[in-house]
Design a protein around this ligand. Structure first.
Ligand code: FAD
Ligand code: SF4
Length: 333
């Protein structure tokens, strides 16, 4: 790790102040908990002229129950999400994902917005400046070749935030503040399949809130991740599942993945599994859907094929467990 580069620190007390600073300072970056950005700055991965701290902006705070669900300000910490009894009851996948991020001291500072806007990761990128210089840099920052796929011109660094897939299976939306005003989009639409530019967010825009719809009491949901170190680590693959059962058959199924691609994404084709019990045949088909749609590359120390297999196994196991809780399907591993 190297010393932090020199930068101005701004601490605006309103959203309008944040937007004005971003518009006025072309190389400024926003910082929330700083648990990702400061590490990256100390690795020499960026040198913004100014940091704009979001901690004092009231529009980004608070967890609020609304008539149609919940509004979460993006400035709330992951600790406060994991500790919130109402969220734990209504959105267990979200609480589990928040609790699985890093260590307690990180979660006390790390915010929801920072987790959703986390930079993508790669073994050739998350290194010191000296290491990257010695290896001729790479396409994502300062270089012109991708060491993972040298013949291509695209970065495959993996999005490794835990919380996004958990929000996606509930159909969460996000609010974005731009100089032209506020807009709301599906969280899934924030992400792009490009490891070097994975957010559909202009430099002058910030996330302000996440909106979770009210949940049917019959919905069962959860989050699981595989990681190299059980106590503290990014997901090699992370899977969120939300399902509903009517009679003995699945009436809804949403599966979202992280850690395998440059973006977290909702699995396509789950509607073909509806109307059936959660049995071995269904879980085999689900595993195949996952294996087809994930595209792990050599961006971690763990083999790509392991990450593909483990994503499929996590999805099948979690779906089996949730199906059993909901009163359909078979018990087992
Ligand atoms: C040892 C270690 C282990 C970790 N393990 C995990 C893990 O297991 N899972 C995981 O998901 N993460 C992990 N992290 C990464 C990080 O701690 C978390 O993702 C955290 O939630 C990031 O939030 P933050 O508020 O600290 O973000 P910051 O570092 O403040 O910001 C991260 C990025 O988001 C941008 N940003 C922040 N807020 C906004 C906003 N409102 N609008 C637009 N852009 C914004 C920043 O400009 C920056 O680019 C780990 C980090 C460390 C150091
Ligand atoms: S995937 Fe390629 S371009 Fe992207 S960070 Fe890794 S080595 Fe660099």
């Amino acid at each position: 790790m190297q010393l932090l580069p020199r930068f101005e620190l701004h601490r605006p007390e309103s959203l309008a102040g944040v937007l004005a600073l971003l518009a006025a300072k072309p190389t400024a970056r926003v910082v929330a908990g700083g648990t990702d950005l400061i590490t990256n700055l100390r690795h020499g991965l960026a040198a913004p002229s100014a940091l704009i701290e979001l901690a004092r902006v009231p529009e980004l705070s608070g967890i609020r129950a609304e008539s149609q669900g919940f509004r979460l300000g993006v400035g709330v910490t992951l600790e406060s999400i994991a500790d919130n009894a109402e969220l734990r009851r209504a959105y267990p996948a979200l609480a589990a994902a928040a609790l699985s991020v890093a260590a307690p001291s990180h979660r006390a500072a790390a915010t929801l917005g920072g987790n959703l806007c986390l930079d993508t990761r790669c073994v050739f990128y998350n290194q010191s400046e000296a290491w990257r210089q010695g290896n001729a840099y790479c396409l994502k920052y300062r270089g012109d070749i991708c060491h993972v796929a040298p013949t291509g011109k695209r970065c495959h660094a993996a999005f490794s935030g835990d919380v996004a897939p958990a929000l996606m299976v509930y159909g969460a939306e996000i609010e974005i503040a731009a100089p032209s005003g506020l807009r709301r989009i599906a969280l899934a639409d924030l992400y792009v399949e490009d490891g070097a530019a994975h957010l559909a967010l202009a430099r002058t825009e910030v996330l302000t809130a996440v909106y979770l719809p009210a949940i049917d009491a019959r919905l069962r949901s959860g989050y699981r991740k595989a990681r190299a170190r059980g106590a503290i680590d990014f997901p090699l693959a992370g899977v969120a599942v939300a399902l509903r059962v009517e009679g003995n058959a699945l009436s809804s199924l949403a599966v979202a993945l992280t850690g395998t691609n440059p973006r977290p994404f909702l699995l396509e084709g789950t509607e073909t599994l509806l109307g059936r019990p959660v049995d071995d045949a269904l879980l085999t088909e689900l595993s195949k859907l996952v294996q087809k749609q994930v595209s792990p590359m050599r961006t971690t120390v763990t083999a790509s094929n392991y990450r593909r297999q483990v994503a499929a196994v996590l999805a099948a196991r979690l779906t089996r467990e949730l199906g059993a809780q909901a009163g359909t399907g078979i018990a087992g591993k």
